[in-house]
Structure formats: C-alpha cells, structure tokens
Ligand binder design. Sequence first.
Ligand code: B1M
Length: 211
Amino acid sequence: MAEIHEISEFLQKGRAKNVKALVQEALDEGKDPKVILNDGLLAGMMVIGEKFKNNEVFVPEVLVAARALNAGLAILEPKLVEVGNEPVGKVVIGTVKGDLHDIGKNLVAMMLKGVGFEVTDLGVDVEPAVFVDRAEEVGANVICMSALLTTTMPSMQAVLDELNSRGLREKYIVMVGGAPVNQSFADQIGADYYTPDAATCAETAKAAVEK
Ligand code: B1M
C-alpha cells in the first residue's frame, strides 16, 4: 500500500522514479489526488524549501527534488484536470523575467485547465512584451504571472507598464501570485487579483471572466 508520507520522503531524496511509482499506486488505490498533491508532493517540497533556507541542502538537491515533484505532478495531472467542452476563457501564464521557478506556475496552469480554461504556458524568464504579444495573438482574457524571487517582482510591474503603454490595460484581467507576492503588492502595481494558491487562482479567474 502506498503511504503518502513515503511520497514526501522519496521526493526529498530526489528519487523521481519512486515518486512516480508511489503516486500511481496511491491513485490506483483510490486516494484523493488533492491529498497526494498537498500531503505528499508539496509537503516534501516544503521540507526541502526550509532546509534550503537554512543551508542544510543546496541547489543540486533542490533541483533533483523539483524534478521528482514534476514527475509526480505529471502522473497526477489527468486526475486534477477535467476539461469541459467549451473553454471558459483563455489564459496566458508565465514566470516573469529573471525568474526560473516553474513548479507553482505549472500547478496554477494545471488548475486553470481543470476549471476549463485554454492555457498558453509561456514558460519561465518571460519578457514583459512577450506576455502582451502572446495574449494578443491567442485572444486571451487573462494574463497570469508568477514570481518566486523578491528581485523579480518588479517584472510584474513591467508587464502592467507594457499593457498601459499599448493602451491595452482594460482588455485583460491581470492576476499575480507566487510566494513573495501579496495583496498589497498587487494593489501597488495595479493588478486585478492576487491569489495565494493555484486552486484559488483558478476559481477566481473563472469567476472574473464569468462576471
Ligand atoms: Co529557489 N528560491 N532559487 N530554486 N526555491 C526560493 C523561492 C527561496 C524562497 C528559497 C529560500 O531562500 N528560502 C529563495 C527566494 C528568496 C526571495 O527572493 N525571497 C530562492 C532563491 C534565493 C533562489 C536562487 C537565487 C538560489 C541561488 O541560485 N543562489 C535561484 C534563483 C534562480 C532564478 O530563478 N533566477 C533559485 C533556484 C532554484 C532552483 C532552480 C534550484 C529550484 C527551482 C526549480 C524549478 O522551479 N523548476 C528552486 C526551488 C525549488 C525553490 C524552493 C525550494 C521551492 C519553490 C517551489 O517550487 N515551491 C523555494 C523555497 C520555498 O518556496 N519555500 C525557493 C513549491 C511550489 C508549489 O510553490 O511556487 O510558491 P510556489 O507556488 C505556490 C504559490 O506561491 C502559488 O501557487 C502555488 C501553490 O498552490 N502561486 C501562484 C505561484 N504562482 C502563482 C501565480 C498566481 C497565483 C498563485 O496567479 C497568477
């Protein structure tokens, strides 16, 4: 029987194969995908995050743990995502310029798909102009930005500046998030919504386009 805590432990050791196998086993046993995500994968990554902060582990260990997390997420994705017939709207999403963290952004993209959005994922280190160019190209309603570094948060402002300078600000719902981002920062830069986690982001985006 797959124990959820084992998923967290193998993730911390960067054992992607074991993580994949255990996630699959847990799903086969009928365990709730959200429990596997929160108590297995994300709990393991939180431990790594704390150890990283305290200099108990370093970039290589964090990278292999992140790879193991992504491997587990790939197995979980079909269960977390239930795609409807008609998209509720279109989103472009990316991690802002200078920032290479993509796990949270991937999770947000997954949840957005889960509530029925068509999602264009721009990846990481995305130039401000690219957010706007691609939003225009795909006919998006929502622009979602993720930042994990305090030093890259100003790149979010740069996207809003880009929208304003092209006279396109009113056309898009702009959403921001990521660990260092908060409501007061969102207010300061003039974003429409800050949400603290992937599920809330997806629900809020859906409610916003349906308004
Ligand atoms: Co880096 N890193 N990292 N890192 N890393 C952090 C963010 C850090 C907090 C670690 C620490 O010191 N405690 C710290 C930032 C400090 C700061 O600025 N405040 C840090 C640092 C300093 C760095 C480097 C500078 C380290 C170095 O090189 N010396 C470097 C920067 C590289 C760069 O981006 N230019 C770096 C590199 C890396 C790795 C490459 C090794 C790896 C990233 C791998 C990858 O993403 N593929 C990595 C990782 C994994 C982390 C930690 C450990 C984990 C981040 C993560 O994936 N969490 C992180 C410590 C931590 O956060 N505790 C850390 C799990 C993920 C699910 O959570 O992304 O927060 P998160 O997403 C959440 C919410 O924030 C939200 O939804 C998710 C939950 O549902 N959310 C949104 C995210 N985006 C959203 C958008 C929304 C709404 C919600 O709306 C649009």
